[in-house]
Design a protein around this ligand. Structure first.
Ligand code: ADP
Length: 923
């Protein structure tokens, strides 16, 4: 082990579990050995060599004042960085110790407006992990305790979730920068994999002891008080363990912000609309499925003018509520703000001047706030009366806006503002040591020191003039530098004429420097006063900062109220500017939308509005229509209107009645999952499984194609069974878009199922998508038309059109289901899935003969209405051999492949080659 500075570095490094150590050496933070190489690589620092007792070590350093940006950069790349500061030892030497470990979840110095969460997760109850569950299947292996702490704002939340799916949803919503799994999860590969897959944050391992129930409960009680800990009902279960560990971690990393964590927010599933991780992603709430912010719902509706307002709006959108009173209150506020344009503009303008009080509160309690930060607190508190004024005498005077403004303790805010106003200079300097922090009159002792200091300085400033005058000298200046202190400098030409009491201290080329006893005396006085003034200012500042820190909850309250006003005004601004309307909330099972639009698509498209009618009698809509006609948009629009209404926002529609739901579940094509090595079909089935497990009678379910990722009959069977289950058992409000026209006959059998389709205008072979939703089913897919739009080469499109026509003529392709099954009028038979029986009909040796579906007892309404889903390939093969249909097996196989091909998602080149292959096979 090397000795000296490198030895000290390596020893400190060994004592910490951080990835990198920055050690103070005088005016620099230095990195040595491997750490030097690492930071040099990551941050483009130059590496030099440090020799130590015959060996040489790489070394890189940054000046003290510049550590912060480097820290930030390292931590944002996922490193945990220990910082060792230097202190003076009793014998006058220097030693160093690690004062904090900066980690992704405890980085205070962020300039990013987004919240920055640290998450801790523990498994509650008994039992280990299944090890194979990836979290998306909603298996019942919980509960889990989760805590989220944002050191930059002091936000602290804890909850218990039931299973992996809910855990995943919670983590996805908060998108923590760092996750600490409890001892029972840190080797759980499935958990770690899902964190890696869903989140951008890193995983850290922390002392298992901190998660122990007793110790964690103690930490929670210490921090939030025994009463709070008890009254929020946290108990000593897994949520407490998670919360306690989070507190311990924040304390240990030394960010010094524990004091800003003043409130423990707990919440349960019943407060919020359940949105699983998949749904949050599918609905593109805060980022698109491609991971971009542009084009997300948040991006479309965000007009906030402060960072805190933006954070809150984002939180609202990802945590829709079920509390009707709260939602009506928000809607009242949005309504009055939407109609009072002038007052709203004034309010937003004033809010725009607010600084981020939640963040300032955290910096104040951690001791890192300077005079600038305190003056920001002062100026922001000063906005409270200004805001009240902006509201008074306007249409807002009777609105809930007043209530929001009245929430913080206004008297306390006024007092603190007054105190800061009296204390701080109007525009104080950035650093605490520069002087000039305080106003005159704030502290008599300081004023006197300043006066004396200034008088002494004045004496020095005017000395040159006096010396010239009194001693008849020209070319005299008075100055100071580090080595000589204050001196009188006289030009060489006149240097011989200086008075006797001048003592020469230095000769320069053209001048000489002198001092006098009096000058030295005055110099000592100036330095003494300077020091005393600095010390007193610092002391006064610390005292003031501490008083502000004591008001941390007040700052958080005011910050929260401002954020809420900002978010509400943002919703109102969007509503007013985009002709949105107030939804009527109810406890009914209705989602009734008149002339609804998609909140994001309508911004860039000439949008065709659509109606939607879901209620207790009509609770399940099967949406058919060609590819690209607008099915997906229509369904997402419904989900987003539901979600916006439960955020307390107006909605893009002429009118809307929204029955509150307990959860929104979606399943749409998951292209990106393929890249993560899971088969699309597997993902699809996991998502479906999760919905069937989790959705309730109070939920809204959006299914955009089910069963597409497998062979047709498999797919239909699954879609069929899922529809029945959702209708009969779950009874959720459901919109189901499918390209299996066969499913549309379900409307005949299941009382609450209805068909709607996207209308298409077809004239002289020209197809126009009308984007209008009409009642009833459709039975054509217009795939060839879409292939044309997509730029599939003309010959392929033409040939496909002709093939399709021929197939149609032969009545072999369009499986109509139900009443059209079996022997057609022209004597042909179709070996297709019989929707009324849930079995394959028409094939010799098939399970059932062809019968008229109308006469049958429908399995859909029976208790065990499960369609054939296994062994179907054999049956299909048998069916395909059927001589009656006039087609050979190969032709049928080609037909089936042709019907299955997804024209939009298949590359043109591949389509070409497949068409060629079909042609060859048909010949
Ligand atoms: P599908 O799900 O039927 O394949 P999409 O919902 O993806 O179709 O819509 C296809 C295209 O049509 C999208 O680009 C979308 O922007 C546009 N679109 C959908 N609905 C409307 C509408 N009501 N008004 C205008 N354009 C629409």
């Amino acid at each position: 082990m090397p000795t000296g500075i490198v030895g000290e570095f390596l020893e400190l490094k060994e004592g910490t579990d951080a990835d990198v150590l920055a050690m103070q050496c005088g005016d620099f933070y230095e990195f040595f050995a491997d750490d030097a190489e690492l930071v040099a690589d990551e941050l483009d620092l130059t590496v030099s060599q440090k020799s130590s007792h015959g060996s040489s070590y790489p070394m890189a350093g940054v000046p003290l004042s510049e550590l912060t940006p480097y820290l930030k950069a390292l931590v944002e790349r996922g490193y945990r960085v220990a910082v060792a500061d230097q202190y003076e030892t009793d014998d006058g030497g220097h030693a160093r110790e690690v004062t904090r470990v900066v980690t992704p979840g405890t980085l205070l110095e962020t300039s990013d407006a987004d919240a920055r969460y640290l998450a801790t997760v523990v498994r509650g109850g008994e039992g280990g992990g299944s090890g194979i569950d990836d979290g998306s299947t909603g298996s019942d292996d919980g509960p889990y305790g989760v805590a989220f702490a944002d050191v930059t704002t002091g936000r602290f939340l804890a909850t218990t979730v039931d299973d992996r799916g809910d855990l995943r949803a919670e983590l996805y919503r908060f998108d923590p920068a760092e996750v600490l799994p409890g001892p029972d999860l840190r080797n759980d590969d499935a958990f770690l994999a899902s964190v890696r897959e869903d989140l951008s944050g890193s995983v850290s391992v922390f002392d298992a002891e901190a998660f122990a129930p007793g110790r964690a409960a103690h930490a929670v009680r210490e921090q939030f008080g025994a009463e709070t800990a008890d009254s929020v009902g946290l108990g000593s279960g897994s949520a407490t363990r998670a919360a306690g560990a989070a507190l311990a971690y924040v304390a240990e990393t030394g960010a010094g912000v524990l004091a800003s964590m003043t409130r423990l927010t707990t919440y349960g599933a019943s407060d919020h609309v359940e949105l699983d991780a998949t749904t949050q992603r599918n609905l593109e709430l805060t980022e698109t499925m491609r991971g971009e912010t542009d084009g997300s719902l948040y991006d479309a509706v965000d007009h906030t003018v402060t960072a805190a307002g933006g954070r809150l709006l984002r939180e609202w959108l990802t945590r829709p509520k079920r509390d009707r009173d709260e939602l009506d209150r928000r809607l009242d506020a949005v309504e009055s703000l939407a109609s009072a344009a002038l007052a709203r503009d004034r309010l937003r303008e004033t809010l725009g001047d607010a600084y981020d009080l939640e963040r300032l509160a955290a910096r104040t309690t951690s001791g890192s706030a300077g005079a600038r930060e305190l003056s920001s607190v002062r100026d922001t508190l000063g906005l409270l009366p200004a805001l009240a004024e902006a509201v008074e005498g306007t249409e807002l005077a009777d609105s809930p806006v007043v209530e929001v403004l009245g929430r913080p303790d206004r008297d306390r805010a006024r007092n603190l503002h007054g105190e800061l106003e009296e204390a701080l200079a109007a525009d104080p300097p950035k650093t605490k040591t520069e002087g000039g922090l305080f106003r005159k009159g704030y502290d008599a002792e300081l004023d006197e020191l300043i006066e004396r200091h200034e008088a002494a300085a004045e004496w020095l400033d005017t000395l040159a003039e006096r010396e010239k005058r009194d001693h008849g000298l020209s070319h005299v200046t008075v100055d100071r530098n580090k080595t000589d202190g204050y001196y009188i400098q006289v030009g060489k030409s006149v240097a011989d004429g200086v008075p006797d009491h001048y003592r020469e201290i230095k000769t320069l080329k053209n001048s000489k420097r002198f001092v006098t006893d009096e000058l030295e005396e005055r110099e000592r006085e100036v330095l003494r006063l300077e020091e005393a003034r600095g010390e007193l200012e610092y002391e006064l500042f610390e005292a003031l900062r501490e008083r502000v820190a004591e008001a941390v909850t007040l700052l958080q309250d005011v910050g929260r109220a401002f954020a809420e006003l900002d978010a509400l005004a943002s919703l109102a601004t969007h509503a007013a500017g985009n002709d949105w309307t107030r939804p009527t909330l109810s406890d009914s099972r209705a989602l009734s939308i008149e002339a609804g639009r998609h909140p994001v698509v309508e911004r860039t498209t000439d949008f065709v509005p659509n109606d939607l009618e879901l209620d207790a009698e009509r609770g399940f809509l099967i949406v058919t229509g060609p590819n690209m006609s607008g099915k997906s948009t229509y369904m997402r629009q419904a989900a987003l209107i539901q979600l916006l209404a439960q955020t307390g926002s107006f909605v893009p529609a002429r009118a809307a009645e929204v029955g509150l739901v307990d959860g929104i579940y979606t399943r749409v094509g998951a292209l990106d999952e393929l890249a993560q090595g899971r088969s699309t079909f597997m993902v699809e089935m996991q998502e479906l499984s999760n919905i069937l497990h989790s959705a309730t009678e109070e939920s809204l379910v959006i299914l955009d194609e089910v069963g597409r990722g497998t062979a047709t009959y498999d797919g239909i069977s699954i879609a069929w069974a899922a529809t029945e289950y959702l209708h009969n058992e779950v009874r959720a409000r459901t919109l189901f878009a499918t390209h299996y026209h066969e499913l549309t006959t379900l409307a005949d059998h299941l009382p609450r199922v209805e068909n709607v389709h996207v209308a298409v205008d077809e004239r002289d072979g020209d197809v126009t998508f009308l984007r209008t939703i009409r009642d009833g089913p459709t039975n054509r897919s217009y795939g060839v038309h879409v292939a044309d739009i997509a730029g599939v080469p003309g010959p392929v499109v033409d040939r496909a059109g002709r093939v399709l026509d021929r197939l149609r003529e032969e009545k072999a392709i369009e499986a109509k289901g139900g009443s059209r099954q079996g022997t057609g009028g022209d004597g042909t038979r179709q070996a297709v899935f019989d929707l009324s029986t849930g079995s394959f009909a028409g094939a010799e040796g098939g399970e059932r003969g062809a019968r008229n579906g109308d006469e049958e007892e429908s399995p859909a309404t029976g208790s065990e209405g499960t369609p054939v889903s296994e062994g179907s390939s054999d049956e299909r093969a048998a069916a395909l051999e059927t001589p009656e249909d006039g087609l050979d097996a190969e032709t049928r196989a080609v037909i089936e492949e042709l019907t299955d091909v997804d024209v939009v998602e298949t590359a043109p080149v591949e389509l070409l080659s497949r068409v060629k292959e079909w042609q060859d096979r048909l010949e």
